[in-house]
Ligand binder design. Structure first.
Ligand code: ADE
Ligand code: ZN
Length: 349
């Protein structure tokens, strides 16, 4: 029987707990939770600053890297938004996207659903055309150039007013931006899903797919509300669902995908250490989890490094790693034809 062509089920999750740990094989995966601005590596930040005549508040790479000690989500967001200052032209956005796809391909990524934060660029005076066309120009040929099929998700900043998000969404629709869906990110606590009910209703009406960050730092009730009030199909992070057994049961029954980002959770102190990460418990519960890098330039690893550290520290078995890879493919917004191709590739490994 070919186990990876079927979505996750509890029987498999139970059996898998006994698999031995072994060498980490690079698996073909879909990356479903990736902020393109979070792929700006320190070297590229300096190169783009020089190209655009921007003076950075760091003397050198070492000083910039010394700032990558985060105490919580907000301490990361402050640096993440500040570093976006170097993104000025379509070429800057294109170069950043090319660098991510080059690195992701080396790590086994074969399909990527990439978030962009348009409001973070508009507020700096960089137009939607510049950021969307810059990223989009590279995504348009990503399969041919990098062997990675790609889709673009516009993420909205939940610490800004809903009216701002609605206005930007209308502009994106008017310019026929090549979007598969929308997401919701930035400072979670105090900005609950209910704040964006109208935004999600409008996106749904426009035929967009729906996802939202929930239960990263915020409570499990934000996961419930993202499902009930926003009608999302997928939850980004969602680890705090483990605080609510009824919610876990619902997520399992409805096979709701959770795009988990283990190294991000450690670096942003959502968990104390990788050894404390709830991933094994999530797998054992039968949740539909996938592994993602979130903001790999800031959190110490791309998808392959997340997988290898999960194997080394949490002893996630080869069987479970393959299950996680299969989940990522099943949970993607790719066409059924593309999913079949990816699953065939995974089964071949
Ligand atoms: N924006 C970029 N990375 C994020 C994260 N991990 N959580 C919320 N917003 C983000
Ligand atoms: Zn994220």
């Amino acid at each position: 029987m070919d186990i990876f062509t079927e979505p996750v089920d509890e029987t498999v999750a139970e059996t898998s707990a006994e698999q031995p740990v072994d060498a980490v094989v690079l698996l073909p995966v879909a990356e479903l939770h990736l902020h393109i601005e979070g792929t700006l590596e320190p070297e590229l930040i300096f190169a783009l600053a020089e190209r655009n005549g921007i003076e950075l508040p760091y003397a050198d790479l070492g000083e910039l890297r010394s700032r990558y000690e985060f105490t919580d989500l907000q301490s990361f967001l402050d640096l993440y938004y500040a570093n976006m200052a170097v993104l000025q032209t379509e070429a800057d956005f294109a170069d950043m996207t090319r660098a991510y796809l080059t690195r992701a391909a080396q790590g086994g990524v074969r399909h990527a659903e990439i978030m962009i934060d348009p409001q973070a660029h508009l507020s700096r005076g960089v137009s939607l055309e510049t950021c969307i066309n810059g990223v989009g120009s590279v995504l348009a040929n990503s399969l041919e150039e990098f062997g990675i099929s790609t889709l673009l998700i516009a993420a909205f900043l939940r610490d800004l007013p809903e009216d701002d998000a609605l206005e930007v969404l209308e502009s994106l629709l008017a310019m026929e931006a090549p979007l598969v869906g929308i997401g919701l990110d930035s400072a979670e606590v105090g900005n609950p899903p209910a704040k964006f009910e109208r935004l999600y209703a409008r996106a749904r009406e426009a035929g967009l797919r729906l996802t939202a960050h929930a239960g990263e730092e915020g409570p499990s009730s934000y996961v419930t509300d993202a499902l009930d009030i926003l009608g999302v199909e997928r939850i980004d992070h969602g680890i705090r669902c483990m605080d609510d057994p009824d919610l876990v049961e619902r997520l399992v029954d409805q096979r709701i995908p959770l795009t988990v980002c283990p190294l991000s959770n450690v670096r942003l102190r959502a968990v104390d250490t990788l050894a404390d990460h709830p991933l094994p418990a999530m797998l054992a519960a039968g949740l539909n989890v996938s592994i993602n890098s979130d903001d790999p330039a800031y959190f110490g690893g791309y998808v392959d490094e997340n997988f290898s550290q999960l194997a080394a520290v949490l002893k996630i078995s080869a069987f479970d790693r393959a299950r996680l890879a299969a989940n990522s493919i099943h949970s993607s917004f790719a066409s059924e034809e593309r999913k079949t191709e990816l699953l065939d590739e995974l089964n071949a490994v």
